[in-house]
Ligand binder design. Structure first.
Ligand SMILES: Nc1ncnc2c1ncn2[C@@H]1O[C@H](COP(=O)(O)OP(=O)(O)OP(=O)(O)O)[C@@H](O)[C@H]1O
Ligand SMILES: [Mg+2]
Length: 234
């Protein structure tokens, strides 16, 4: 499996949350997987460290990697990712929620950008700059796929319909079939998705699975299937 980046310039969209839940599922298919934490806030690194302390299996190998190229020099970040790609069969990158050198660098070498977005206009409005960056990245990286994932969707049916409809209408201007698309799976906002982080686990590993946890598990499985399908692995 190629390089998958969880990225957007909007903070708090759900990049680290989605990334952890997807990486662990992917490790069942490919143990030679690495998670690269390219955020100085170290959310993924802390989660992976906690995961090992708790003895959760599989342990996730997580490296912190930020672009520390001196000002004025050509960035080595993308090249370093490609070098790691020789030693690992799958690379997942979690970047910071801002227009960072790491986000820009990752977009030059990644095969799939997973782009979580909350279904509020404040979040959706940030797409314009990111989608422009995506188009520019495709000049150097023409096969770059972008999967937009609606995250933190309301679990309440009536509210959800309006939220999703508004979001889809807004997003339609950015979609290019087969290149930039919206995942069919939507991740709903649920307390269990937040709660598992402090235990270093994923929703699939919750000990007592109530109805809400089961729904989240199904959603993350669905999302992983869609990601794997991008690489003919579904
Ligand atoms: N589907 C969800 N249901 C409930 N809580 C969620 C969901 N998705 C994300 N969260 C919560 O929202 C917050 C932000 O999520 P997360 O840290 O994954 O975002 P991020 O995009 O990685 O943020 P940053 O840009 O700061 O790196 C966290 O507290 C997380 O637990
Ligand atoms: Mg994060």
């Amino acid at each position: 499996m190629p390089i998958v980046t969880f990225g957007s310039s909007k903070g708090g969209a759900g990049k680290s949350t989605l990334c952890g839940n997807i990486v662990v599922q992917h490790m069942a298919n490919d143990a030679n997987t690495i998670l690269i934490d390219s955020d100085v806030q170290r959310s993924s690194s802390r989660w992976a460290a906690l995961r090992s302390q708790q003895g959760a299996s599989p342990a996730v190998t997580c490296f912190q990697k930020v672009d520390d190229t001196p000002q004025g020099n050509k960035s080595q970040y993308g090249q370093d990712i490609l070098t790691l790609n020789k030693n690992y069969s799958s690379i997942f990158i979690d970047v910071a929620g801002r227009n960072s050198r790491e986000l820009r660098g990752a977009m030059l070498v990644t095969d799939l950008l997973v782009y979580p977005v909350r279904v509020s206009m404040f979040d959706l409005w940030t797409l314009d700059d990111d989608m422009a960056m995506l188009s520019e990245s495709r000049i150097a990286n023409p096969n770059l796929l972008c999967m937009i994932v609606l995250n933190d969707v309301s679990p309440h049916a009536a509210k959800r319909v309006t939220e999703v409809q508004e979001a889809m209408e807004y997003l339609s201007q950015y979609l290019h079939p087969g290149m930039t698309f919206v995942a069919e799976t939507r991740i709903h906002g649920r307390s269990c998705v937040k709660a598992v982080v402090s235990q270093g686990i994923t929703v699939n590993e919750i000990a007592r699975k109530d109805k809400s946890a089961k729904q989240s598990i199904d959603e993350f499985r669905g999302l992983y299937s869609e990601i794997a399908a991008c690489f003919g692995q579904a």
